[in-house]
Design a protein around this ligand. Structure first.
Ligand SMILES: C[S@@+](CC[C@H](N)C(=O)[O-])C[C@H]1O[C@@H](n2cnc3c(N)ncnc32)[C@H](O)[C@@H]1O
Length: 287
């Protein structure tokens, strides 16, 4: 996987920050693959058996670099997937690497996009926290589904993040992230149930799953990867905030975030006894 990403990155000549973001999303997509499939496989099986040989239409909302859609759906050409993302560079990368006659990616604002036909499955993985009006958006996409279709959303929640031995530095990173101006809500997972419950028309079924990710038994690189997935973005948020609104305090915070991130990443990598776990929250509603 690492080699493949490196080769991909060379082909599109994207900037250093983007390479980091791309690698992080690739890593995230791999690390959440198993828990995503725990929720998605039964849904796909139901849709496939109900539709027999007909095609299943899927929207991946906030598809990033396309890794996630490719890994979850790429192998089955009965699935017609459209990924939408606001960032044209991500979309270009996704089409170049994962585009096919049953998977394509388009540049669009989630809060404005509408599909040309009803669809069977909509996924919103780690994306609602970025939107101005997440509730209204979920309700709008709910109407894009055929009867019997599904929306699945996944979000993490920083309060469900445990580490032993813990460290004040790591807690500082986690607690301070939500105070960075412009940073998306990192305690979003808890909101999913209240957001899906009032959907109109009322869901035929609504399930909430809490599925953990852990570092146990991981290699050095897997433990460092866990840190990158759960905490790597925090220094990036602080850096971007300091660039957007320069001030002494913002610059100091960004430097502190970077220093702590480097130290904590090393701790995750080298301490074989360290235990870390985070819970991902899924909401899955059937129309
Ligand atoms: C945290 S990433 C998640 C990517 C992917 N779903 C995954 O889990 O690997 C959030 C993605 O949502 C996209 N995004 C954020 N706001 C958006 C909007 N208003 N319209 C379209 N895409 C948006 C970002 O560009 C980014 O690719």
């Amino acid at each position: 996987m690492t080699k493949r990403i490196a080769a991909n990155e060379r082909r599109t000549s994207i900037s250093k920050t983007e390479v980091f973001a791309s690698s992080r999303l690739a890593l995230q997509a791999s690390q959440t693959h198993q828990i995503d499939m725990h929720v998605l496989s039964p849904i796909l099986n139901k849709l496939l058996s109900a539709r027999r040989s007909k095609r299943i239409k899927i929207i991946d909302v906030g598809s990033g670099y396309g890794y996630l859609a490719h890994q979850r759906f790429g192998a089955n050409d009965q699935l017609d997937v459209i990924g939408i993302d606001i960032n044209p560079k991500f979309v270009r990368f996704a089409n170049e690497h994962f585009g096919s006659n049953h998977m394509r990616f388009v540049t669009a604002d989630i809060e404005e996009f509408a599909p040309s036909q009803p669809v069977h499955l909509i996924i919103m993985m780690q994306v609602l926290q970025h939107l101005r009006e997440p509730e209204a958006t979920v309700q709008r996409y709910w109407r894009f589904l055929v009867k019997g279709g599904y929306i699945v959303a996944r979000n993490s929640d920083d309060q469900l993040n445990i580490t032993y031995p813990d460290s004040q530095n790591l807690r500082y990173l986690i607690n301070e992230t939500n105070r960075i101006p412009g940073s998306p809500d990192r305690n979003f997972g808890r909101r999913l149930f209240s957001m899906f419950r009032p959907l109109i028309p009322a869901p035929n079924s609504l399930s909430i799953h809490l599925l953990p990710q852990m570092v146990t038994g991981g290699t050095k690189n897997e433990r460092a990867g866990f840190f990158d997935e759960m905490h790597g973005f925090r220094a990036l948020y602080a850096e971007r905030a300091a660039e957007r609104t320069p001030s002494f305090a913002a610059k100091k915070r960004s430097e502190r975030f970077k220093k702590i991130s480097i130290r904590e990443r090393r701790r995750f990598k080298t301490d074989k006894e360290l235990f870390a776990a985070e819970v991902q929250i899924f909401a899955s509603a059937r129309r």
